[in-house]
Design a protein. Structure first.
Length: 137
C-alpha cells in the first residue's frame, strides 16, 4: 500500500512540475511581448518589468490620462477603464475595435501579433494634428 501512495505522490509532483514549467514559459512569453511593444512605442523595454511603472508608461504610450492609474484600483470601474486602455493600446498601433476584442478574448494570440507583427506606433508622427486626432478618435 505504501508503494502506491509513493507513486501517487510522484505523479502529483511530476504533474505539478510540468504545470509550473508551462506557467513560467507563458509568463516569460508575455514579458517578451510587452518588452517588444514598449520598444516599438519608443520606450525602453525594461520599463515593462516594473509593476506600477509599466502601467504608467503604458498610459503615456496610449496618450491616456495618468489619473486612470487610480481608476484601475476601483472595483468594477477598473473593468471599464481597463477595456478603454486596451482599446487605446490597439489604436496606438493603428488597430481597430476588432483587434481590441481579440486582445481581450485571446491575448495569447493578439499580443504577439501586436509585438512581433508589422504594426507601427502611430503617435510617433511629427504632425501634432495626427496625434490630436488619434487621442480623440
Amino acid at each position: 500500500m505504501e508503494s502506491s501512495d509513493a507513486g501517487s505522490i510522484a505523479a502529483i509532483v511530476a504533474g505539478l512540475g510540468i504545470f509550473l514549467l508551462f506557467f513560467f514559459a507563458f509568463i516569460v512569453f508575455f514579458i517578451v511581448c510587452h518588452w517588444k511593444i514598449f520598444t516599438k512605442a519608443g520606450q525602453e523595454g525594461w520599463k515593462s518589468l516594473i509593476p506600477l511603472y509599466n502601467a504608467y508608461v503604458q498610459l503615456q504610450i496610449t496618450k491616456q490620462p495618468t489619473i486612470w492609474l487610480l481608476y484601475f484600483f476601483i472595483p468594477f470601474v477598473n473593468i471599464y477603464f481597463g477595456i478603454k486602455h486596451i482599446h487605446g493600446l490597439s489604436r496606438a498601433f493603428g488597430k481597430d475595435v476588432g483587434f481590441t476584442v481579440g486582445i481581450i478574448l485571446l491575448p495569447i494570440v493578439f499580443y504577439p501579433i501586436l509585438a512581433f507583427g508589422d504594426s507601427k506606433y502611430v503617435y510617433t508622427d511629427n504632425d501634432p494634428l495626427i496625434n490630436e486626432i488619434q487621442e480623440f478618435k
